[in-house]
Design a protein around this ligand. Sequence first.
Ligand SMILES: [Zn+2]
Length: 50
Amino acid sequence: MVENGAAEYQFFCDECGECLEVNDAMRETLIQKGCVICSAPVTTAEFSTE
Ligand SMILES: [Zn+2]
């Protein structure tokens, strides 16, 4: 079980410089829909697990 809202990944947008901590579901959403701030396409390379 994963706690709701638990941060599992660090997302850093190359386009707008936004930095977010996201969970797995949010990561999938970002990859599918793009950056929530600037709408730039998001790839898995923009996430780290640290
Ligand atoms: Zn962005």
